[in-house]
Design a protein around this ligand. Structure first.
Ligand SMILES: [Zn+2]
Length: 157
């Protein structure tokens, strides 16, 4: 699947100082839209990168590693870093993990990925300003569907 929102960047992304994992490029516009005002005011004139590790509270790292933004400094919950509801999956159209789980629990299938795909094709997504990763949510949505299906098979859902 071709992601609907791509990010231009140059150079090698920094690693997250908290967990040493390589970060992913993210547009400045994403931070400008999702950071609380105090954190936004501390932004450096540098590119920023996104840490997608579930076990790390750091969400963004500046290119030089001298500014870290933690998840409590965002106006939205970072679904990938949360274990308790609500766990947002799709920020543009408002689907969370609970919606996926409810579908899988009640009918073993879900049309949420199809709905998102259709709305993305219609040009309605705004991942760069709604999703903390700044990119399309579909990868995470498909992962949540697979996880829910596996849990259902094991009688855990
Ligand atoms: Zn991290």
């Amino acid at each position: 699947m071709q992601p609907c929102c791509t990010i231009d960047h140059e150079g090698s992304p920094p690693t997250c100082p908290m967990n040493g994992q390589k970060c992913k490029p993210v547009g400045r516009i994403t931070l400008e839209n999702l950071l609380k005002s105090e954190a936004r005011a501390s932004m450096k004139i540098q590119p920023y990168y996104f840490c997608d590790a579930p076990d790390c509270d750091t969400v963004y790292v500046s290119a030089l590693g001298d500014h870290l933004v933690t998840k409590d400094q965002l106006t939205v919950r970072v679904g990938i870093k949360e274990t308790e509801n609500p766990i947002p999956l799709c920020y543009c159209f408002g689907f969370d993990r609970k919606a996926v789980w409810n579908d899988i629990r009640s009918k073993a299938a879900t049309n949420i990925p199809r709905i998102i795909t259709e709305r993305v094709k219609a040009g309605e997504c705004r991942c760069d300003v709604t999703n903390p990763s700044g990119t399309c949510c579909l990868g995470n949505v498909y992962r949540a569907v697979k996880q829910a299906q596996a849990m259902r098979q094991q009688g855990l859902l």
